[in-house]
Design a protein around this ligand. Structure first.
Ligand code: PLP
Length: 450
């Protein structure tokens, strides 16, 4: 599993015999509600490489769904976990005290935007961090501002509160109503498919003005809105990057009405975009940030970090038995140290920029590509059947992902027809080139209809 010059290494056409056997059992035992793109059965992983149970080695372009940002089984993270295993595994922070969680809180305060006093709440997942942010915002206003504004096209998790904000695909919500009341949605700033059929920059940010003119001035009194929740880059919704002045304008609007800004950095955060948190690209400091996925780079951990004065829920009103597990916290401290020491943010920015350049060249050549967008190592390649009509190439996406998998590169999709590129931040230029060579071949073949 040492990163060698020659990747990927495919021994048998996947899924091999062992993989097929395991998938057969999985189908009988597990809830079938998952989105699975292709039959990968993992045996082990290291850095940016993944090996399956039949000995095939792949380049990982998803980091276990944007989680293993520091790379799989980073030695410093493993060492920190092992040290903690020898001390204690659990003793709920809900009722007792331990130092590991405090060390992590301090480290997170250093890297999160905003130079104000902060507080942290620890939980176990992204959805739980979003749930906490909702309660913090409503609780801060003591129920006098029950409404929350979110963006259609966003993903915030699948528990009932987070799901009430989630709106990137109907299947995520279908059959689960009633959801949380007092949640309103406005369209996400998706310039390639502008929901208002406008063109940037002639639109002059109508996507912000519409909130004031058609929401606040028509039916939703802003004095009853506690928070605006947003993803700085829409992840599950298609790796969509909002235009340059979107968040500064949103911040001005929110400040005017004293509404809190909740930034869901579960996918875009922890260095993925070349900054610790994606919102830094817009120079905005949110009131609460939801963090998970990459924070412990492989162990479950969620965090809500916010301004001290808004993190004011009363004693006994919110907690989580496993939240801030000491092993996960030890891993997260090592993740932050390793990212700093190894310059992984800089690497994400450098390799990401080079990848974007290559993909934009490919876009000139391959009609199937409608749009290439991204920041750092959060890159989306949107596929369309026709560049004029922009009809999403849904089947083609499935084919591209399956074919790339067969040739040794692991991508997943986002939105309706976007190839999601989110490798571990330790990916080298050579490995990225090898992965993009394969993606390029597959896209060319698919575009020609081979
Ligand atoms: C932006 C965002 N928020 C929240 C979540 C939910 O995180 P989890 O699956 O850990 O609950 C996700 C998961 O993909 C996400 O991408």
């Amino acid at each position: 599993m040492e990163p060698g010059k020659k990747y990927p290494r495919i021994k048998v056409v996947p899924p091999g015999p062992r993989a097929r056997e395991i998938i057969g059992i999985d189908e009988k035992l597990l809830l079938q509600s998952f989105t699975r793109w292709y039959p990968l059965v993992i045996e082990r992983a290291s850095g940016f490489l993944v090996e399956d149970v039949d000995g095939n080695v792949y380049i990982d372009m998803n980091s276990g769904l944007a989680v293993c940002n520091v790379g799989h089984r980073h030695p410093k993270v493993l060492a920190a976990i092992k040290r903690q295993l020898d001390r204690f595994l659990h003793y709920s922070i809900t009722d007792f005290y331990y130092a590991e969680v405090l060390e992590l809180a301090r480290k997170l305060f250093e890297i999160t935007p905003g130079s104000f006093e902060k507080k942290a709440f620890f939980c176990n997942s992204g959805a739980e961090a979003v749930e906490a942010a909702i309660k913090i915002a409503r609780g801060h206003f003591e129920g006098k501002r029950p409404y929350i504004l979110a963006f259609a096209g966003s993903f915030h998790g699948r528990t009932m509160g987070a799901l009430s904000l989630t709106s990137s695909k109907p299947v995520q919500r279908k059959g689960f109503a009633p959801l949380l009341p007092c949640v309103e949605h406005v369209p996400y700033p998706y310039c390639y498919r502008c929901p208002f059929k406008q063109t940037f920059p002639d639109c002059d940010y109508w996507c912000i003005d519409v909130i004031r003119e058609w929401v606040f001035e028509k039916y939703l009194p802003p004095s009853e809105v506690c928070a605006i929740v947003f993803e700085p880059i829409a992840g599950e919704g298609g790796y969509v990057v909002p235009p340059p002045d979107f968040f500064p304008r949103l911040e001005r609007l929110a400040r005017e009405y004293e509404i809190l800004l909740i930034d869901d950095e579960v996918q875009a955060g922890m260095g993925r975009t070349g900054r610790w948190f994606a919102i830094e690209h817009w120079n905005v400091a949110p009131d609460v940030i939801a963090i998970a996925k990459g924070v412990a780079s492989g162990l479950p951990l969620g965090v809500a970090v916010g301004r001290g004065e808004v993190m004011d829920l009363p004693r006994g009103s919110h907690a989580s038995t496993f939240g801030g597990n000491p092993v996960s916290c030890a891993a997260a401290c090592a993740v932050i140290d390793a990212m700093r020491e190894e310059g992984l943010l800089e690497n994400a920015a450098k390799v990401g920029e080079r990848a974007l350049k290559r993909l934009r060249e490919l876009e000139q050549e391959v009609d199937l590509i409608g749009d290439v967008r991204g920041v750092g190592l959060m890159i989306g390649v949107e596929l369309v059947k026709d560049r004029k009509t922009k009809e999403p190439a849904v089947r083609e996406l499935e084919r591209v992902l399956l074919e790339a998998f067969r040739r040794g590169v692991l991508f997943v999709g986002a939105g309706l027809s976007t190839v999601r590129i989110a490798p571990p931040l330790c990916i080298t230029e050579e490995a990225m080139d090898a992965a993009l060579d394969i993606l390029g071949d597959v896209l060319r073949e698919c575009s020609r209809g081979d």
